[in-house]
Design a binder for this molecule. Structure first.
Ligand SMILES: [Mg+2]
Length: 253
């Protein structure tokens, strides 16, 4: 049985509105007893908040099948830096996730890891402190490397812009957890005992979703319901397994 993993924004919903073809597709999978997974680079929301956002468009899913970059970052830190003291730049989602994994988060003294998620109140002082923390030896981990976000008026900075800035000042290479890094898919596969061969990554953004699936080595499906236009996807050197207008056009896998 193929196990599906969906990106959220632009793939399952747009803002607060469900994408009908995706919702129908997900419900059909659930009716067959094939519960899909959901991965998002959004680190500002908790698993429960994402579950609520899905419920609001008529899709009920267990929290265990929802992976945000915040949760995955916390699980990664807990696994690889279990005894570490961690400093956080970011919103509720990332702090709650780290504390939920039993990580010691502190704003005082020396730390072993600096985790950066999107913080829409960030200022020069906070960025300068982040740079000094990394120069004193803290490992720099970004929840995701999205350089920009689309808004109705144009692009605004994403978390990756700030993490890259700190990394450039310090002369280090950050570790990113969110897509296109394959860390989230590796985590799902390990925790739910799924093989790469059975995994299908579905998303609207070539640079994050599709490259994540390609980096991981699973089947990839690009849907034209969000960020990347199909013509742009077709011009890329590494191609997804399928390019479809929407999920009603996907052949039975
Ligand atoms: Mg998306």
């Amino acid at each position: 049985m193929k196990r599906f993993c969906f990106d959220l924004d632009g793939t399952v919903y747009r803002g607060k509105t469900g994408i009908p073809t995706a919702v129908t597709f997900i419900k059909a999978l659930q009716a067959e007893g094939n519960e899909p997974f959901y991965v998002t680079n959004n680190s500002s929301k908790t698993r429960e908040q994402l579950q609520q956002a899905l419920h609001a468009i008529g899709v009920d899913v267990p929290v265990s099948n929802i992976y945000s970059s915040a949760l995955s970052t916390a699980k990664y830190v807990a696994k690889h830096y279990s005894e570490a003291k961690v400093r956080v730049i970011g919103a509720d989602g990332i702090r709650a996730a780290l504390e939920g994994e039993g990580i010691m988060v502190t704003d005082e003294g020396e730390v072993d890891v600096l985790v950066m998620g999107i913080d829409r109140t960030i200022d020069y002082k906070r960025l300068a402190e982040a740079c000094l923390t990394v120069q004193r030896g803290a490992k720099l981990i970004g929840t995701n490397e999205d350089i920009r976000f689309p808004t109705e008026d144009g692009f605004v900075p994403g978390n990756g812009s700030f993490v890259r800035m700190v990394a450039n000042v310090c002369g280090v290479e950050p570790l990113f957890i969110g897509k296109p890094s394959p860390v989230m898919l590796e985590m799902i596969a390990e925790e739910h005992d799924i093989t790469r061969h059975d995994f299908v990554m579905v998303g609207d953004n070539y640079d994050t979703d599709i490259l994540c699936g390609i980096n991981y080595g699973c089947i990839t499906v690009h849907v034209a319901t969000g960020v990347t236009a199909p013509e742009v996807v077709k011009s890329m050197p590494a191609q997804p397994t399928y390019i479809v207008e929407d999920l009603t056009k996907l052949p039975r896998l």
